[in-house]
Design a protein around this ligand. Structure first.
Ligand SMILES: Nc1ncnc2c1ncn2[C@@H]1O[C@H](COP(=O)(O)OP(=O)(O)OP(=O)(O)O)[C@@H](O)[C@H]1O
Ligand SMILES: [Mg+2]
Length: 300
């Protein structure tokens, strides 16, 4: 089994009447890239603030490698939360030295991280002369100092132009390919699809879906069915051309069908095989259509 780096357990946080995080649980395993995907105001930044110890939760808990968050754990975490703060009149390298001092680690990794984010040539330029994309990349460099085991990134491509977005995403993938565990908050479905291996979809502070990106982002419909003879039912289903997967849950089968297949087609198919269903219900839509609906609700 993989090692759990961060374990979040039934976390909740209210701001007055607003429930920003609602009973959220999530396990982050070593080496994976997790996306927290949710529309604006869904609780992504609040969740990240809590696990970084910047915001206090009302209830629930979280553990880093099984421990409370202490300075020792902090050294294993690199993060950028929304707007990184650097000194405008200092050079990139001076700013990174200050970051290293704050983290209590040496300067050895500074040159390497500057190279990784492609700012080595500009290392002696003042921060204020940097473009937005360069500022974001410097923030990533700051998070990478000391070679942390895990990196937490909140909307790392916000405000960038298409080229900057592509560069930053590639950079994140490169960092991940070295084995660094990454938690990335984003309101962009395609960003999560492109960068992450795992996703948790948040809405109003609640997890709506979580799992493997390829698994949850496959365009499928989940249908729950039952009949008197589950074994016979399961066997008949293997001939169904649009089948994606079947799992048995108690006295029901949970069937995922591909693309545009609907419940009626499945029912018809089974009826043709002489099977009368005692139960049929569409459980959930594909993540993509679901997420698009969530966003359009917001825009109404
Ligand atoms: N300091 C605060 N005081 C009051 N309400 C807050 C505060 N911080 C966040 N909220 C509220 O909590 C909810 C979740 O906010 P949060 O910033 O976590 O969302 P988010 O998913 O990061 O959104 P975005 O995509 O816009 O960054 C929102 O309704 C927000 O208005
Ligand atoms: Mg946010």
């Amino acid at each position: 089994m993989k090692e759990t780096i961060l374990s979040i357990n039934q976390l909740s946080k209210n701001y007055g009447r607003i429930r920003a995080v609602d009973n959220l649980s999530l396990d982050i395993e070593k080496g994976n890239v997790y996306g927290i995907l949710g529309p604006n105001g869904s609780g992504k930044t609040t969740t990240i603030g809590i696990v970084l110890g910047v915001i206090n939760a009302d209830s629930g808990s979280f553990k880093w490698l099984g421990n409370e968050l202490t300075n020792k754990e902090r050294k294993h975490i690199g993060s950028i939360i929304e707007t990184p703060l650097f000194y405008p009149y200092l050079t990139a390298i001076s700013n990174l030295r200050i970051v290293a001092d704050i983290k209590g680690i040496g300067y050895e990794s500074i040159e390497k991280v500057l190279k990784t984010v492609d700012l080595f040539e500009r290392k002696n330029d003042r921060f204020k002369t940097y473009s937005l994309g360069m500022k974001q990349r410097l923030a990533l460099a700051a998070a990478m100092i000391g070679n942390p085991e895990m990196m937490i990134l909140d909307e790392p491509t916000n405000g960038l132009d298409p080229q900057g977005i592509a560069e930053t995403r590639n950079l994140i993938k490169r960092i991940a390919s070295d084995g660094t565990t990454i938690l990335l908050a984003s309101h962009l479905l395609d960003e999560v699809q492109k960068v992450c291996s795992h996703v948790a979809v948040l809405n109003h502070g609640k997890t709506m879906f979580s799992g493997d990106v390829d698994e949850v982002l496959t365009d499928t419909l989940t249908i729950e069915i039952a009949s008197d003879n589950l074994e016979e039912l399961q066997k008949s289903l293997t001939d169904f051309s649009n089948l994606h997967s079947i799992t048995k849950e108690g006295d029901k089968l949970v069937v995922r069908v591909k693309g545009k297949t609907n419940c009626g087609e499945l029912n018809n198919f089974l009826f043709g095989k002489g099977i009368v269903l005692s139960h049929l219900s569409a459980k959930k839509k594909s993540l993509e259509s679901y997420f698009l609906e969530l966003l359009s609700e917001k825009n109404d």
